[in-house]
Design a protein around this ligand. Structure first.
Ligand code: ADP
Ligand code: MG
Length: 762
């Protein structure tokens, strides 16, 4: 019959940096069920080392150790884990309890670890608490107990998993004699059906209970004395352990997922200070990633606009595009400040008009042009006519590269006084200004120095007229979503709304075709929900349907011809005031023109010092090619990834510091025999839960920001570019980051043997 434990010529050495010290050497020993073995000997004689080897906390270097007949030579970490978990109940001199857990939770911990369901253990835990006489302390935190009480909890815990072997290293070493006696008595009470091995330097305390005494000296057993007959117990040795090979497989005593979750959740909240610190770090991490992700999306979107529209039509080297750091509209003072800067000749507030083409349509002929501010013109520049005197007068400029140069040259003065509409160059049916304008002046510039890449003429208008045009252009550059009850209709870079003074404020006229969006119900009285998003702002309007226009009544309602119905049936008509509220919200971007483009560096420096963002068109010229766009996009992604990686390591360093308070917890778990896998999962759940909490708080922040309860414009405008898929991607990204943090952290705590990790903690 095999012994419960059998050591054959086993040695254990400790390798230091340059030295090797002996723990014990060539020990032969057999231990059997029912024995209460007391090991004594002077300090340094190898008692603890022997106990640690027996309990699988430490490996040995020579010889063979058998447990219940099974050779442990081939045991790997997982097999030792399994051995410790199923066979060994450890009791330590310093108790090794989880201080932040209650008495009940400490005992429950090992039962959860061994695959019991929480409700299954309840009765047994209460029994054990009663057995060690701590019923009234059941809900008390371990940190609040006296030494003797702690050791009794440790005994209850060692018993909780029903392991056949109990080992205790100086269990009474930290106790006064009275508590020590209670502990010894408790141990002897439970020893009847088990193998109990205790180390003590106070033999007298143990003597009344021991069945066998071992004395060690200098790494050897010098005395092995039978004191009384051990109790007769069936040894579990009859059936082989089957540890080798079975470890790693899921068995009934593996920790359940639900138990891992239970412990993970318990650990998240049971140390309030740790929770708050970790929460702050995670909130920082999640907010930073959210912000970086959103601003990357925003800049990619801006690049798309640049690439798609060839945004900057006027690429003259004198031009600098200026925006504000916080992406709010410019105030008059700020514009004046830029105007006052040295080398700045003038500032174009409506620079959106410069880059978006319009067509000046006389019915017979049309001129493609970009829109400029007439106040920058001087009388002497005019070839024919006069400067604008009201908002309906315009000056046309053409240099030799303009497509319309020939036409303007031939017609010349005859064009003065001609009435025109200003329409979208893409679609002449869309008026970009509600007004009919008159050409009042013409400039023919035969020897212009500036390269004109586009062939556009220039249209000089008053500031008020410029604003009207710019708001249509803003509409064109925006994503406009129209909500008709449950139907929505989203338009990108397209005009879907027309201002008409025939529509009352707060109301809208929609076509019969559009009205079908409301289903079979009558559309009149229903609300059209409008959302306008662009790179500067998001704006909403809720407009009540006032009239539904048809082929028949389009003339009386809106003044269009019957045949125009098909053309206009796609649009919704709104009052100019509502239109203005959606699209004319101030100047988010202006262009400064320098008097001397070679002195651009000083101007750039001035703008930078004043806190503005700028783009020197001079620099952007060669950059606006397709290949560069692609590289730019790639760079945006690459820099996002780099930022996230840097953030990850910063967060990891901080989290590791905070989690130090957890180190003793995890080494306790491991000493109790929890597998690496289970311990990993408990840690993972704790960190994932933290991330979910932080993300949820962030989402509340996003909602408050979007509702305008919190005001922070730069983030809000960036968030406009995130949709629900982006939030899902973000959450996934953050959870992966959290898992990686858990992985790194666990690699750190598992890189050492259980005993080493434990020693370092104590
Ligand atoms: P005891 O428990 O009887 O006091 P130990 O088993 O702790 O003795 O120690 C036995 C011998 O092993 C001692 O000489 C001690 O210096 C050495 N030893 C114990 N633990 C370590 C360790 N972690 N590193 C190096 N040497 C150790
Ligand atoms: Mg010792």
């Amino acid at each position: 019959m095999s012994h419960t434990i059998e050591l054959r010529k086993v040695s254990k050495y400790y390798a230091g940096e340059n030295t090797v010290s002996m723990g014990f050497a060539r020990l032969d020993l057999t231990l059997d069920m029912g024995e209460f073995v007391v090991i004594t000997g002077e300090s340094g004689s190898g008692k603890s080392t022997l106990l640690n080897v027996i309990s699988g906390l430490d490996s040995y270097d020579e010889g063979e150790m058998f447990v219940c007949g099974e050779d442990t030579t081939a045991f790997r970490t997982e097999e030792y884990e399994k051995y410790r978990k199923t066979y060994i109940g450890n009791i330590f001199q310093d108790f090794n309890l989880v201080n932040s857990y209650s008495v009940y939770q400490n005992i429950e911990l090992v039962m959860l670890m061994c695959g019991k369901k929480p409700h299954e253990c309840k009765e047994r835990i209460n029994e054990l608490i009663e057995l060690v006489g701590l019923t009234e302390y059941k809900r008390t935190k371990a940190s609040k107990l006296s030494g003797g009480q702690k050791q009794r909890v440790a005994i209850a815990r060692a018993l909780a998993k029903d392991a056949p072997i109990i080992v205790a290293d100086e269990p009474t070493g930290n106790l006064d004699s009275e508590s020590a006696n209670v502990v010894m008595e408790t141990l002897s009470k439970v020893s009847k059906e088990k193998l109990v091995v205790i180390v003590t330097h106070n033999y007298d305390q143990a003597e009344p209970y021991a069945t066998r005494k071992l004395t060690m000296h200098d790494g050897r057993i010098i005395e092995d004395k039978m004191l009384r007959q051990p109790s007769q117990v069936e040894a579990p040795a009859e059936k082989p352990l089957g540890i080798v090979g079975s470890a790693g497989k899921r068995s009934s005593d593996d920790m359940r997922k639900s138990n891992e979750i239970k412990l993970g959740v318990r650990n998240t909240f049971n140390l309030p200070a740790k929770f708050i610190l970790l929460f702050i770090v995670y909130l920082f991490l999640s907010t930073a990633v959210l912000g970086m992700y959103a601003s990357t999306k925003q800049s990619l979107n801006a690049q798309d606009i640049l690439g798609y529209n060839e945004y900057f039509k006027d690429t003259s080297p004198e031009r600098i595009v200026v925006t504000k750091e916080d992406r709010t509209p410019f105030t008059d003072e700020e514009i004046a400040k830029i105007e006052d800067m040295a080398n700045v000749e003038y500032v174009v507030k409506n620079d959106i008009g410069i880059d978006q083409g319009v067509a000046l349509d006389s019915g017979d002929n049309s001129i493609d042009a970009n829109v400029y501010d007439a106040s920058t013109l001087k009388k002497k520049q005019l070839t024919y006519g006069k400067l604008p005197e009201n908002d309906n007068e315009v000056v046309v400029y053409a240099d030799s590269n303009s497509w319309s140069a020939q036409y303007l040259k031939e017609e010349g003065e005859k064009l003065i006084g001609m009435k025109c509409r200003i329409v979208s160059e893409m679609d002449y049916s869309i008026k970009v200004s509600p007004d009919t304008v008159t050409i009042c002046g013409i400039i023919l510039d035969e020897d212009s120095k500036t390269m004109n890449y586009t062939g556009y003429a220039k249209l000089y208008v008053t500031e008020a007229q410029g604003k009207k045009i710019a708001s249509s252009q803003m509409h064109f550059l925006s994503k406009t979503t129209l909500g008709f009850g449950s139907n929505t209709n989203t338009n990108y870079n397209c005009v879907s709304m027309i201002a008409s003074s025939k529509v009352p404020v707060g109301k809208t006229f929609i076509s019969e075709d559009t009205s079908y969006n409301f289903g079979t119900d009558k559309a009149v009285g229903k609300t059209v929900n409008v959302m306008v998003k662009n790179s500067y702002y998001t704006e909403y309007a809720h407009l009540k349907v006032d009239k539904v226009f048809t082929k028949k009544n389009i003339k009386s309602l809106l003044g269009y011809e019957k045949n125009d119905y098909d053309m206009y049936s796609y649009y919704v008509f709104v009052n100019p005031a509502d239109y203005k509220k959606l699209f004319d919200k101030g100047y988010y971007q202006v262009s400064a023109y320098m008097s001397d483009s070679t002195a651009y560096k000083t101007t750039a420096k001035g703008l930078e010092e004043a806190g503005f963002n700028y783009l020197m068109l001079k620099d952007s010229l060669s950059d606006m090619t397709g290949g560069f766009q692609f590289v730019l996009k790639l760079l945006s992604y690459a820099s996002l990834i780099i930022e996230i990686v840097v953030l990850f390591f910063i967060a990891y360093a901080v989290i590791r510091l905070i989690m130090r308070s957890r180190n003793s917890y995890y080494s306790t778990l491991r000493i109790l025999g929890a597998s690496k896998k289970n311990t990993d999962n408990v840690l993972r759940i704790e960190l994932l839960l933290m991330m979910l909490i932080a993300f949820a708080v962030d989402m509340v922040g996003v909602v408050l920001l979007m509702k305008g309860i919190i005001v922070y414009q730069p983030l809000r405008s960036a968030l406009n570019f995130l949709g629900s898929t982006d939030y899902v991607v973000l959450l996934a990204l953050l959870l992966v980051m959290s898992l990686l943090i858990a992985k790194r952290y666990s690699r750190k705590i598992f890189s050492k043997s259980a005993m080493k990790a434990y020693r370092e903690e104590v």
